[in-house]
Design a binder for this molecule. Structure first.
Ligand code: RFL
Ligand code: PHB
Length: 404
């Protein structure tokens, strides 16, 4: 067994692990990342596209913002369409200046990987059997296998940035964690194509045929989503069928101008709300999807991961710079406050904009009554300036809380 040492062992080289690693490095805090798959595999996961300003600022603080600032597009507004009627939410005006940045998760991950390589920071890709040990003690360690060799990584802290299916959350004894979960009765079918976006800003569309989202990655690359039954398979959806259905769900004038083309990616993601409490156990911290999942309707998943990273990075900086070990215990509480807010917003947006027909309602209402209430709620919010302000404030993201 080969023994290696660092200050913070990071499990997972997704955006959470890479961003945390970069921020800690900037503060002179040593870290090693252990990742189960290859870097290329990580970059093959097409996911988020919308970054809150807080996230963008954090990427700038990490010194990795050059490409994001050059190629990312600032969006000052977002549209919601209700049965073909378009409503614009002016994010900038309603929030007093806040906006979101449209820049893909793949791109941000690649920028973080490049920066990590340039700084010659250690990352073990294709590390198998990763397992944290003794995380309640002052001498935790993580064992793993790499290139046919067994390793013992000794560290002060373990950051579990290993996503929903990772090993870190399972390290917290079952009787000490509570997992809250809601699985929605539909999924999102996503399609990427090298065609110009159908609109300058994103359009979230609620329609009689179900939900659709028109998003983008650049002026020449579009990302679209359709609500589909969980029983559907990607093979059921030819490109032609996708484009036809999308046009029926988006406002007619938008559909009329839509450019279509061959897909370069197509996949179905299930929708889930999930929170694990607490988010820490001794010297192990859960970060990002390892601790919580939101349905993508509010564009909050990656952004919540970033606020966890911000909290943990500030706490660890205090520990190493000021010797203030006591502040460690604040992590879970601070992170969870923002997580629950993002969870609630994502759940609410999902409820208002999707077709739940067929799901047995837990409210005791018949499905049509439930649907009418949702439509009424959505119309109320969109037709009132106060209502639009509530959506705008949440969409751009609440401020990060500073540790005490
Ligand atoms: P990730 O990205 O899942 O990375 C975890 C990493 O850990 C590795 N790993 C392990 N490594 C070592 N040992 C083990 N035992 C391991 N087990 C796992 C994995 O290989 C992986 O590399 O989690 P992270 O870093 O917390 O990042 C979270 C985000 O990826 C996620 O929240 C977002 O993608 C969610 N999301 C969106 N978020 C937004 O903020 N805005 C959006 O617009 C948005 N759109 C989306 C989304 C997620 C989607 N899907 C498919 C889930 C759209 C979609 C369709
Ligand atoms: C995306 O571009 O992938 C995207 C944008 C906004 C969302 C979800 C996904 O709410």
């Amino acid at each position: 067994m080969k023994t290696i040492k660092t200050q913070v062992a990071i499990i997972g080289a997704g955006p959470s692990g890479l961003l945390l690693g970069q921020l800690l490095h900037k503060q002179g805090i040593d870290n090693i990342i252990l990742e189960r798959v290859t870097g290329d595999y990580v970059l093959g996961r097409i996911r988020a596209g919308i970054l809150e300003q807080g996230f963008a600022d954090l990427v700038r603080e990490a010194g990795v913002a050059e490409r994001m600032d050059a190629e990312g597009h600032v969006h000052e507004g977002v549209e919601l369409s209700v049965n073909g009627v378009r409503h614009r939410i002016d994010l900038k005006e309603l929030t007093g200046g806040d906006v979101v940045v449209c820049y893909g998760q793949v791109e941000i991950t690649r920028d973080l990987m490049d920066a990590r390589e340039a700084a010659k920071l250690e990352t073990y890709y294709e590390a198998s059997e990763v397992q944290p040990h003794d995380v309640k003690s002052d001498t935790p360690y993580v064992t793993f296998k790499h290139g046919g060799e067994e390793y013992r990584l000794e560290c002060d802290y373990v950051a579990g940035c290993d996503g929903f299916h990772g090993v870190s959350r399972q390290t917290i004894p079952q009787e000490l964690r509570t997992e809250h979960e809601r699985v929605y009765p539909f999924g999102w079918l996503g399609l990427m194509a090298d065609v110009p976006p159908c609109n300058e800003e994103l359009i979230y569309a609620m329609s009689e045929r179900g939900f659709a989202l028109a998003s983008q990655r650049s002026l020449t690359r579009s990302r679209y989503y359709l609500q589909v039954p969980l029983t559907d398979k990607v093979e059921d959806w030819s490109d032609e069928r996708f484009w036809d259905e999308l046009k029926k769900r988006l406002p007619a004038d938008v559909a009329a101008n839509m450019q279509t083309g061959p897909s370069i990616e197509k996949s179905i993601a299930p929708l889930r709300s999930f929170v694990c409490e607490p988010m820490q156990y001794g010297n192990l911290f859960l970060v990002g999807d390892a601790a919580h999942i939101v349905p993508p309707t509010g564009a909050k998943g990656l952004n919540l991961a970033a606020s966890d990273v911000a909290t943990l990075y500030k706490i660890l900086t205090r520990v190493y710079k000021n010797g203030d070990k006591d502040c460690i215990s604040q992590y879970s509480e601070i992170a969870l406050r923002r997580v629950w807010n993002g969870e609630r917003f994502s759940w609410w947006m999902t409820n208002m904009m999707h077709d739940f027909e067929g799901e047995v309602s837990s409210t005791g209402m018949d499905p049509l009554m439930q649907k009418r209430f949702m439509e009424s709620e959505l119309n109320y919010y969109l037709n009132s300036e106060n209502g639009r302000k509530v959506i705008a404030e949440q969409y751009v993201g609440l401020p990060y809380e500073e540790p005490k």
